[in-house]
Design a protein around this ligand. Structure first.
Ligand code: SAH
Length: 251
């Protein structure tokens, strides 16, 4: 008998943001597959085998999960946040499409999670209250000129923007360029938010403007949200401000 694969999102960090169905899947798994620091977030229990892998081997990890399910295992593949957002779900389907034909019969399910973008937006108020887009700033899987084009077009379209993977040690200059493009295309006084490690003990939120933003305000645990010309900041005494983008667009 074959087993199953559930591709599960663990949310942005805190236990309260893991869905009950993700918890149920983790409790039913014989095998848990994922990037080391995500698997480490899963509570230990006997009878489950953990398969920890390094970053950037998503396809291999997906193939392991699918072939274990063929052998009768009940496999949970974990991602942080939501598994469909720049994470393991697409990698599993890439492996499935190009793998052995019999994999297509497997019972495969994606269980959604709270993605970092929504967790960060909720901390601030409602910066994504009007139309927005989400962009992965990593150029591992796409050329940098495509990223630049999308930034300019998103700015022209008037979208608020949420950026994943804004900055790595390997390519700090990319994010600096992105900030320059945004400052010119969106406007220097538009709010930008750096939300670091949302819903963990290391959480830190910085609200500033594109003119004042510096590339070193972001690292790989930061979600960056850029508002629009309509985004508002409600200052409060002795409490952090609320940031929101009104529902209605006034041209
Ligand atoms: N599948 C994940 C995203 C994976 S890409 C999700 O849906 O959230 C990894 C990027 O997500 C990081 O570089 C960072 O930009 C963002 N991220 C993940 N967890 C975060 C958190 N707790 N706080 C802020 N950003 C986070």
């Amino acid at each position: 008998m074959t087993g199953w694969v559930k591709i599960v999102g663990l949310g942005p960090g805190s236990d309260g943001l893991i869905t009950p169905e993700a918890t149920t899947a983790l409790a039913a798994a014989t095998d848990i597959v994922g990037y080391i620091s995500y698997v480490e977030r899963v509570p230990e229990r006997s009878g489950v085998t953990l398969h920890l892998s390094e970053n950037r081997v998503e396809l291999e990890r997906a193939q392991t999960a699918l072939s274990m399910a063929m052998d009768g295992k009940n496999v949970v593949v974990v991602s942080s946040g939501d598994p469909g957002v720049f994470a393991m779900a697409a990698a599993v389907f890439e492996a499935l499409e190009h793998g052995p034909r019999q994999w297509h019969r497997l019972d495969i399910e994606v269980l959604p999670g709270i993605t970092a973008m929504l967790a960060a937006a909720a901390r601030l108020g409602a910066p994504l209250g009007h139309d927005f887009c989400a962009i992965n700033l990593s150029d591992n899987l796409k050329p940098w000129n495509v990223i630049e084009k999308r930034l300019r077009l998103a700015a022209e379209a008037g979208f608020a923007m949420a950026f994943y993977n804004p900055r790595s040690k390997a390519r700090p200059e990319g994010f600096e360029t992105a900030l320059d493009i945004l400052c010119e295309a969106v406007g220097p006084s538009v709010p930008i938010i750096f939300a670091h490690a949302v819903s963990t003990n290391d959480e830190k939120l910085v609200i500033t403007t594109l003119k004042e933003a510096r590339a070193d305000m972001a690292d790989m645990r930061t979600m960056v949200i850029v508002g629009t010309s309509q985004t508002r900041i409600i200052e409060r005494q002795e409490a952090s401000p609320f940031v929101y983008t009104p529902r209605a667009f006034v041209p």
